[in-house]
Write a protein that binds this ligand. Structure first.
Ligand code: TYC
Length: 113
């Protein structure tokens, strides 16, 4: 928050020569960002994961295959970085779609450092 630019001294200033100028840097507050993570499992079909990535994360088919294979090999991958509300919605959409299709696919979010 802002500070006064001019602080008058507390002491009496009989000859008016002790005004203090204080500059405060205005810092912009950015909202925290959240990573959305996709986790590997042994049962969800690869094509289903590719479809999820295209449908909910707007990536191309080639990018979706690449991300899916990263998760398959490494166990987890960041699929996007969003505001809290958008990340929460993506996680809910993926988890709901996986559950409705009876796949154990897991999607979570975590605050970015
Ligand atoms: N490991 C799965 C398989 O071999 C494929 C898979 C990839 C599952 C990514 C989940 O997030 C995932 N069918």
């Amino acid at each position: 928050m802002s500070q006064p630019l001019v602080n008058m001294a507390d002491e009496p200033d009989q000859d008016n020569d002790t005004a203090v100028i204080t500059k405060t840097k205005a810092r912009t507050q950015r909202p925290p960002l959240y990573k959305v993570l996709l986790l590997n499992d042994d049962y969800t079909p690869m094509e289903f994961v590719v479809h999820v990535l295209e449908r909910f994360f707007g990536v191309s088919h080639a990018q979706a295959v690449e991300i899916m294979l990263t998760v398959h090999k490494k166990g987890v991958a960041v699929v996007g970085v969003f505001s809290y509300e958008v990340a929460e919605t993506k996680v809910a959409q993926v988890m709901d779609f996986a559950r409705r299709n009876q796949h154990p696919l897991q999607c979570t979010m975590e605050k970015e450092d």
